[in-house]
Design a protein around this ligand. Structure first.
Ligand code: ZN
Ligand code: ZN
Length: 332
């Protein structure tokens, strides 16, 4: 089988591997679409926190595919998405539903081989069947949508407040879409590239700007999804008293920001990090897709066959024009 493998930081190749038999406990799924993101670049470059990756690793943690070896409940031919985090289910974190913090961290595309390959094996409890109407391009956003939804569920913004999303990449755009569940009075996006304006408007953003000085400072929720220290500073400056700052953009392992402690105290701020997604957030995203309440397909702007993965990674590193999710097509 083909497998896009990062052998060690800085070294990757599209390998041709021996096929293995699936274990009797697993379903086998053929990935159809695999999204790539900045975290994949961090894995390739070795800039990810080393506690969350092992090498060599097949990348691919955003994906959807078709079951090729199924069971009675999920037969062959089912179109599915698969939870990437394999939570143990019995540690103290799992027992309280905080499966993103499972003490036995294990995740496809990070600590076990991911979906940029011809096959992935997974136990049935991780596999979620898609309704027929859910497009591949919508389904491929399930993982980043679950990351965003869990962060917003944790922040639980009050309805009617103003929301600021910093960033204009896929995570930021998903945040703009999913914030609507909390009925903000308006959603402002502070982007970096004016080329993203049309995508932002499709995501339901009321105001799109690239000027940090124009956004104001009265947001009851600020979602930092740009992953840059300057953006973190903007998030603190823009948050209203009593507001919530949600950090989900990675600025790079080890990067630091001088915390304005007086402002945090005097402004009664809530600062929230959010790691990955819980099992319940994943199920919530699948329910949104299957009910027709959400369709993320507009976010996919680039498709490449797996063989052209180098160009796909280049598009991710050096965006020009409108760029949403970059997807590898696994069929060709
Ligand atoms: Zn990702
Ligand atoms: Zn656990």
């Amino acid at each position: 089988m083909r497998a896009l493998t990062v052998i060690s930081p800085g070294t990757w190749e599209l390998q041709d591997r021996e096929d293995r038999e699936p274990s009797p406990q697993s379903l086998r799924i053929a990935p159809r679409v695999v999204g790539i993101c900045g975290t994949d670049l961090d894995i390739i470059d070795g800039t990810i926190d080393p506690a969350f990756v092992r090498y060599p690793i097949v990348i691919g943690h955003e994906w959807a595919g078709t079951v090729v070896v199924g069971n009675a409940e999920i037969p062959s031919g089912s179109r599915v998405v698969v939870e990437g985090i394999i939570a143990c289910g019995i540690c103290a974190e799992c027992l309280t539903g905080d499966t993103n913090r499972c003490v036995l961290y294990d995740e496809y595309g990070f600590t076990r081989d991911g979906a940029a390959a011809d096959y992935v094996d997974a136990t049935a409890d991780l596999v979620h069947v898609l309704a027929d109407h859910v497009s591949w391009d919508s389904a491929v956003l399930t993982e980043p949508a679950a990351v965003v939804l869990r962060a917003l569920q944790r922040a639980a913004p009050a309805s009617g407040g103003e929301a600021l999303v910093i960033g204009d990449g896929t995570v930021a755009l998903l945040a703009a879409v999913l914030l609507r569940q909390w009925s903000p009075s308006r959603v402002v996006m502070l982007g970096a590239r004016d080329d993203q304006r049309a995508l932002a408007l499709k995501a339901g953003v009321d105001v799109f700007t690239t000027d940090p000085d124009s956004v104001g400072n009265n947001f009851s929720i600020v979602v930092e999804a740009a992953g840059a220290i300057a953006a973190t500073a903007t998030a603190f400056a823009a948050c209203a008293r009593g507001g919530r700052i949600v950090l989900i953009g990675y600025p790079g392992h080890g990067k630091t920001f001088p915390l304005p402690v007086d402002d945090v105290i005097n402004n009664d701020l809530n600062i929230l990090g959010s790691f990955s997604y819980t099992r319940s957030a994943w199920a919530d995203v699948v329910a949104l897709l299957n009910s027709g309440a959400a369709d993320f397909s507009f976010l996919v702007t680039h498709h490449y066959p797996l063989a052209d993965c180098e160009q796909a990674l280049g598009t991710l590193r050096n965006p020009s024009g409108a760029r949403g999710k970059v997807v590898l097509e696994m069929t060709s």
